[in-house]
Ligand binder design. Structure first.
Ligand code: 6PG
Length: 261
């Protein structure tokens, strides 16, 4: 078994859980803690939601007791890390998934939900969302938004957000949000760029299923080659990354890479 070639970063934790339910429970606890601290410090809590299927269990937990009433929902602002180029009611929409499992169960005000408007042409959707981030976070030119929490999933080939291997949006070119053609899926996406994700206070990666085991090993233990494994781009300068992975996804990790929760 090859030994890990990456020095573990001081601000990175990798924990192994039995299944997605245990991951969701831990993620919910982390979110409740972060929300309380953010509201105490800044009077609000900002979180960027992930798409895909893994987060559904977490969103359902946050919408129900005991976590629901522990969350400062009236001071919480929801954002999205990426979106498919479909309308918000499309079965593929990340917003639709989050709305069905969480948002529709809360009584948030419209200005608390910052959706990526992918019913529009993809460049306009990206520009509008970037402007929304600039306005909400009151950004000066060159400044990055700082989410209190960003939720991220990893694909079975190591993509994160909609930053897929070999795609143009891996080069941020100073943008906060970019459209991204993903040839292997024959589709457009809109995604925040890696510098935005890296400016978050806490990034929570949730990775499940055995089909991700090799990519996860590559991301955590292999050489730093983010063109191949874009999840390696997540290296926050002044934030923390917590990987919550299930036993199946952790199946190929070398001893010592991760700790069993
Ligand atoms: C998307 C997500 C994507 C997702 C991973 C993992 O729009 O699909 O942003 O990056 O997080 O593909 O997806 P699962 O959670 O379904 O494994």
């Amino acid at each position: 078994m090859s030994t890990p070639t990456q020095k573990p970063a001081a601000n990175r934790e990798i924990k192994i859980f039995p299944d997605v339910n245990a991951i969701a429970k831990r993620a919910a606890e982390l979110i409740v803690e972060s929300a309380a601290s953010a509201v105490a410090q800044n009077g609000r809590f900002t979180i960027s939601l992930a798409g895909g299927s893994t987060p559904k269990t977490l969103y359902a937990l946050l919408a129900a007791e005991p976590h629901r009433s522990k969350m400062p929902w009236d001071k919480t602002y929801l954002f999205f890390g990426d979106e498919r180029h479909v309308p918000p009611d499309d079965p593929d929409s990340n917003y639709r998934m989050a709305n069905e499992s969480l948002i529709s169960k809360l009584s948030l005000k419209p200005d608390q939900i910052h959706r990526i408007h992918c019913e529009n042409p993809v460049e306009k959707a990206a520009q509008d969302y970037e402007q929304d981030l600039r306005t909400f976070f009151k950004l000066a030119p060159g400044q990055l938004p700082r989410f209190d929490v960003i939720l991220i999933g990893m694909g079975d080939e190591g993509h994160m957000l909609s930053l897929f291997p070999g795609t143009k949006a891996l080069q941020d070119n100073g943008r906060l949000v970019l459209p991204n053609w993903v040839g292997k899926l024959y589709t457009e996406r809109v995604t925040i760029t890696a510098p935005v994700a890296n400016n978050s206070a806490l990034a929570i990666f949730m990775v499940t299923k055995a089909d991700k085991a090799l990519a996860l090993k590559g991301v955590l233990e292999g050489p730093y080659e983010p063109e191949q494994l874009p999840s390696q781009l997540l290296r926050p300068a002044n934030g923390k990354v917590i990987w919550l992975v299930d036993t199946a996804a952790a199946g190929k990790l070398a001893p010592g890479t991760a700790q069993t929760a």
